[in-house]
Design a protein around this ligand. Structure first.
Ligand code: SF4
Ligand code: SF4
Length: 495
C-alpha cells in the first residue's frame, strides 16, 4: 500500500486517529539543491489558531476591500475619500492627514516604523507576520477556501488530481479557476480604488470610461493574485520572499517559535488503544501535523526556514492529543531556553522584555514621537526665494541699483489667502511685484496652491551695499498674521 492509498482510506474530518503514511514535501534532511515542485494538499485544520487565522483573515480583507469606500469630509472642492493617493494633485490623503510631495519623509518614517514593528514581532514570536497577516498567506488561505469548497478536503483533492478527465472534473476545475479569477479581479479592482474617487471610478470601470492605466493595473494584479495565491503558494514564501533569510538574524534563544517537543514526543510510534505509555513518547506518528501544513514540512524535523509559524500543526496535534487522552501542547510555541530548562527539570520561563525587544520598542517610540511632532508643527505656509543671477543686478536710469527675485508661496490651507511682502536688512530699499501692487490687495494665493511672483528690490545708488548684503524677505498672511521668511542676498556694484 503506498502513501496516498493509505490517505485515501481515511475520512477527512473528525475521523478517529489513524496513521497517515505521508512524506513531507520539504524534508529538512537530505534536501537536494533543486527539487521539482511536489504539489501540497493541505488538510483543513480545526482549533483555536485556525479560528484566530480566520478572524485575522476577515479583518485584513475587510480593511483592504473596504477602506477606499470610507468617506471623509474635507470641505468644498476637496476629495472626500478618507484614504486616497492622488497622483494628479500630487497628494496623499489619510483621514485628517494630508501629505504633500515635499513631505514624503513621512512615508520614510512609516516604512521605518513598519520595519521596526516587524523586527519586534519576529524577536518576540518568530514569523507571526508571515503566518497570520502577510497578504500572500491571507490570499492563499482565501484561494484554499474556494478549492476546498469545490473539490473537497485533502483526500478528495488528491483523488481528483489522480482521476482521469471527466465532466465532473472539468466542471470542478473550471468553477475553481473562475472563482480564483474573480478573487484576483476584486483584489486588483480594490487596489485601483486607492488612487481615485472609488464610486466615480467604479462607475467608470463598469461603463468603460475609466483610464486605461486602471484596466492595465487590474489586469496585472488579477494575474499576479491568481498566480501567487492559486498556483505558486508556498513557493513564494520559500523561494521568492527574502524575509525567511533575514529573520534568522532577528531570533534569539527567547523567541517563541512553533516547535515539536521532542523530549516529550520521542520515541514516537503507533499507538493502540489501551497500550501503556511507559517507555515511549506521546507522538503517535499519525502525521496530522504534516498534512495540515501549508508549507509541506514536518515540524518534527526541527526549526525550518520554510515554517511560516502559522500554528496549524499545533491545532492538528492538540486535536490528536485530545483524542488519545494525552496533554495538549506536544507541538506549541516554545523557546530554545525552555527546551534546555525542561531537560534540566526546571519550570519554563518566558522573557518578552529583553535588550533587543527594548531597543526595537524604544526606536519605535522615538520615530513615532518625531513623526508626531513634525506632523503637528508643520507649517501651512512655505516660501521659497531664488535670486536672479543673470544679471546679478541692474543699474536703472535714475541711478538706482535693482535686483530681481522669484518668490514661490505655497498655501497649504483649503482657502484663498493674501500675503504681504516685506524686507529686512536693507534700509532705503523699495519692493515691487510684477503685475501686482503691494498693499491692500496683497499677494493672492489660491487655496491648496503654489504661486510664483516676480519681485524686484531697488535701492538708491548711495545706499547700495558694495558687492552684496544678506537680506531677509518676509511673507505675512494678511488675516492670520502667520509669516514665513527666507534669507537671500542683494547684489550691488563692487565700487
Ligand atoms: S510547521 Fe506548523 S507552523 Fe510551520 S508552516 Fe507548517 S503548519 Fe505552519
Ligand atoms: S506530532 Fe502530533 S500530530 Fe504530529 S505525528 Fe506526532 S502525534 Fe501526530
Amino acid at each position: 500500500m503506498n502513501a496516498t492509498d493509505t490517505e485515501e482510506m481515511r475520512a477527512d474530518d473528525d475521523a478517529p486517529i489513524e496513521r497517515v503514511e505521508v512524506t513531507p514535501v520539504m524534508r529538512k534532511v537530505d534536501r537536494p539543491n533543486y527539487q521539482k515542485r511536489i504539489k501540497i494538499h493541505p488538510k483543513r485544520a480545526r482549533g483555536s489558531f485556525r479560528r484566530l487565522k480566520w478572524a485575522i483573515m476577515a479583518i485584513t480583507l475587510a480593511i483592504y476591500y473596504g477602506t477606499p469606500w470610507i468617506r471623509w469630509d474635507r470641505g468644498a472642492n476637496m476629495p472626500d475619500q478618507a484614504v486616497l493617493i492622488d497622483f494628479p494633485a500630487r497628494r496623499f490623503y489619510f483621514f485628517f492627514i494630508e501629505i504633500w510631495p515635499q513631505e514624503v519623509y513621512y512615508l520614510t518614517g512609516l516604512l521605518i516604523l513598519a520595519s521596526l514593528g516587524l523586527f519586534l514581532l519576529t524577536a518576540l514570536a518568530g514569523r507571526v507576520w508571515c503566518g497570520y497577516s502577510c497578504p500572500q498567506t491571507v490570499w492563499t488561505d482565501l484561494f484554499l477556501v474556494v478549492e476546498r469548497a469545490i473539490e473537497g478536503d485533502r483526500a478528495a483533492r488528491i483523488r481528483l488530481d489522480k482521476a482521469p478527465l471527466s465532466a465532473s472534473k472539468i466542471g470542478k476545475r473550471t468553477a475553481k479557476h473562475l472563482l480564483w479569477i474573480v478573487i484576483g479581479l476584486t483584489t486588483g479592482g480594490a487596489w485601483v480604488f486607492y488612487f481615485a474617487d472609488a464610486p466615480t471610478l467604479a462607475v467608470g470601470l463598469l461603463t468603460g470610461d475609466a483610464a486605461p492605466i486602471a484596466y492595465i493595473t487590474i489586469a496585472v494584479l488579477t494575474a499576479s493574485t491568481y498566480l501567487f495565491g492559486g498556483h505558486a503558494r508556498e513557493q513564494v514564501c520559500i523561494y521568492m520572499c527574502p524575509w525567511p533569510r533575514i529573520q534568522g538574524a532577528l531570533f534569539d534563544e527567547h523567541s517563541l517559535l512553533v516547535a515539536y517537543k521532542a523530549d516529550r514526543g520521542e520515541p514516537r510510534g503507533r499507538y493502540r488503544k489501551g497500550e501503556d505509555w511507559a517507555g515511549r513518547g506521546d507522538c503517535v506518528d499519525c502525521q496530522q501535523c504534516v498534512v495540515v501544513c501549508p508549507m509541506g514540512i514536518d515540524i518534527r524535523d526541527g526549526s525550518q526556514l520554510e515554517c511560516i509559524t502559522c500554528a496549524l500543526c499545533i491545532d492538528a496535534c492538540d486535536d490528536v492529543m485530545g483524542k488519545i487522552g494525552r496533554p495538549k501542547g506536544l507541538i506549541g510555541y516554545d523557546t530554545a531556553v525552555n527546551e534546555t530548562r525542561r531537560a534540566e527539570n526546571l519550570p519554563p520561563r518566558t522573557r518578552l522584555i529583553r535588550p533587543r525587544t527594548i531597543a526595537y520598542t524604544a526606536l519605535m517610540v522615538v520615530v513615532s514621537l518625531v513623526m508626531l511632532a513634525t506632523l503637528v508643527s508643520r507649517p501651512v505656509l512655505e516660501v521659497n526665494i531664488q535670486h536672479k543671477r543673470n544679471p546679478l543686478f541692474v543699474k536703472l536710469s535714475n541711478g538706482d541699483v535693482r535686483n530681481g527675485y522669484t518668490i514661490k508661496i505655497l498655501n497649504k490651507l483649503h482657502e484663498d489667502r493674501r500675503f504681504t511682502l516685506s524686507l529686512d536688512g536693507l534700509a532705503g530699499a523699495t519692493l515691487s511685484v510684477t503685475g501686482q501692487e503691494q498693499g491692500a490687495n496683497g499677494l493672492l494665493v489660491k487655496s491648496d496652491n503654489l504661486r510664483a511672483f516676480r519681485v524686484f528690490i531697488a535701492i538708491p545708488a548711495k545706499f547700495a551695499p558694495k558687492g552684496g548684503r544678506d537680506i531677509t524677505l518676509i511673507v505675512t498672511d494678511e488675516i492670520s498674521g502667520e509669516s514665513a521668511q527666507n534669507d537671500t542676498i542683494f547684489r550691488g556694484p563692487e565700487t
